[in-house]
Design a protein around this ligand. Structure first.
Ligand SMILES: NC(=O)c1ccc[n+]([C@@H]2O[C@H](COP(=O)([O-])OP(=O)(O)OC[C@H]3O[C@@H](n4cnc5c(N)ncnc54)[C@H](OP(=O)(O)O)[C@@H]3O)[C@@H](O)[C@H]2O)c1
Length: 291
């Protein structure tokens, strides 16, 4: 088995590299690509590399992830998150490669009505209706994969956090060193997904030869302010959280107020468990402490 990891230096790409290092043998080959080694928007080079490598699986961690910047950098975001993903999917179909891809809670409208309708979170088959450009480009990427007819797994995740790279947890820990009180929005609801659990669960789905779209996040539904309070409490940081509405924290990109993903589908796969968000956070804080 040969697996290529694209976007290998991102937060998720590094988690995949760490996880797969334990599996590497002569029969299980992992080839990581940084964005410099393989830019997914260089269609010609992608074709050449895939043809030469002939992998069984591509794990695509490459993405344009700057949600606010995407509002002005529209062409670039669309190129990376949709056009390049279409190219990858078309090549995968041609060369019989399975494409593992990651998408986002931001493909959904995330309004109050949806929260009332889906208190346990959005199911996989609910219609997409993104409220920002990043979400729109990720949705275009998803559709391109399905339309290509290639064998694929699309993992939708929310509030991604892990021991590698920058995320809400690392940002809060950094700010805790500078401030004793912080304004955090309390009217956007969802749940964090931890990269180590995501990688382990996705690997299980690959092993089980599953295909299609899955939601993967933790149990529970919280606001960013709740999340911040728990981070400070668990990390023993003396920071008080002022809960503010999103209207007092304007951003270039609109954020959905509800982006909880329902995980019933993935829970039906034997060997996959969905943990409570507090459990994932406790583990991540320990991992960050060791660094
Ligand atoms: N972060 C979140 O909260 C979140 C939430 C929901 C879903 N997701 C999804 O989860 C996946 C992983 O996110 P992440 O947090 O790991 O993102 P990340 O840390 O920003 O990593 C993205 C990676 O993609 C690479 N990349 C960007 N443009 C590229 C290109 N043209 N060719 C090749 N590589 C390119 C980047 O390389 P350079 O740094 O060298 O440019 C970086 O290594 C993405 O699909 C994202 O949409 C993330």
């Amino acid at each position: 088995m040969k697996a290529l990891i694209l976007g290998a230096t991102g937060q998720l790409g590094r988690e995949w590299q760490a996880f797969l290092a334990d599996f590497e043998t002569d029969e299980f080959v992992v080839v990581p690509y940084t964005s410099n080694q393989l830019d997914i928007t260089d269609f010609e080079n992608v074709e050449k590399e895939l043809f030469e490598q002939q992998p069984d699986v591509i794990v695509n961690c490459a993405a344009y992830t700057k949600v606010d910047k995407a509002e002005e950098d529209r062409e670039k975001a669309l190129l990376v998150n949709a056009k390049a993903v279409k190219n990858l999917a078309d090549r995968c179909k041609k060369l019989n490669i399975k494409l593992v891809h990651f998408s986002t809670d931001y493909i959904f409208a995330g309004d109050k009505e949806d929260r009332r309708q889906f208190p346990e979170g959005y199911p996989e088959n609910h219609n997409a209706d993104p409220v920002n450009w990043y979400g729109q480009t990720k949705w275009e990427g998803e559709k391109a994969i399905r339309n290509s007819g290639c064998a694929h797994l699309i993992m939708r995740v929310s509030w991604l956090c892990g021991a590698y790279g920058n995320n809400f947890v690392t940002a809060m820990l950094q700010l805790a060193g500078e401030y004793d009180q912080l304004d955090i929005v309390s009217d956007q609801w969802g749940s964090p997904t931890f990269t180590d659990t995501l990688v382990r669960s996705t690997f299980k789905l690959i092993e089980e030869e599953q295909e299609g779209t899955y939601h993967l996040t933790t149990e529970g539904i919280i606001s960013w302010a709740d999340f911040a309070e728990k981070i400070f409490a668990m990390a023993d940081k003396q920071v008080s959280v002022n809960k503010i509405p999103s209207s007092e924290y304007p951003t270039a990109a609109t954020r959905p107020c509800f982006s909880k993903l329902n995980t019933d589908k993935v829970k039906n796969i034997s060997g996959i468990e969905v943990e409570e968000w507090q459990q994932g956070l406790r583990r991540l804080l320990k991992q960050l402490n060791k660094k």
